[in-house]
Design a protein around this ligand. Sequence first.
Ligand code: NDP
Length: 241
Amino acid sequence: MSDEANSAGRSVLVTGANRGIGRAIAERFVAAGDKVATVYRSGDLPDGVLGVTGDVRDTASVDAAFSEVEDKHGPVEIVVANAGVTRDQLLMRMSDEEFETVVDTNLAGAFRVARRGSKGMIRARAGRIILISSVVGLYGGPGQVNYSASKAGLVGMARSITRELGGRGITANVVAPGFIDTAMTQALPEKQQQTYLETIPAGRFGAVEDVASAVEFLASPGAAYISGAVIPVDGGLGMGH
Ligand code: NDP
């Protein structure tokens, strides 16, 4: 990245910054003095974040949101594809709708955001694309055929972007959180939460700030030579995967 881009005041776009992990990531960039924007559907936003309503399942809405952000903050230099959903169901009972909604949001949504974001990055010959996957992407999870497939797909996406755009100063990496304490995991049955806890070497669930730290690093000048990597933030849960 250019020296100017390395300093605070970078143009950052995080999808789904109204709550959970996305909110913590956006807050971290705001604290660093960056110009932070989000494409979001509902709720309120942290102070200092420019919100553009949109839906990552809709190309026109993503493209329009980027244009608005670029008008106000300049070309996006760091994209964090965080928006995601679950629709857990056993394989034999999973509907097409449950499968497609998850893949359309988590995988195609990240694609739409990375594609639009890459335009300005190619011009600038600099940029960071960070995709929020999950330990479940490579570890698998019962009832999560849709979610796991969508999150594993992000690894191939980041690695293909790396091969395509690595020579233009652009990096693409995956952050794979484990069990992080947010609405998404609080929705799991108590018994399932307990089972996960017993299998996490760190002996605790992660905090949203743990994930924000990995993203902050991947966006930093020190991570310029890291691309196509999968960074686990899972207390050791997915080791070896
Ligand atoms: P939450 O359910 O708390 O938040 C999900 C966010 O995604 C919300 O802001 C939500 O918006 C947004 N979102 C969902 N669908 C869309 C859409 N179509 N367009 C725009 N925004 C959308 O989840 P987490 O914060 O826990 O998860 C964030 C990311 O981290 C997800 O990709 C998730 O898969 C991943 N992850 C989470 C883990 C965890 O343990 N919590 C573990 C591993 C990965 P809205 O509020 O409007 O619904």
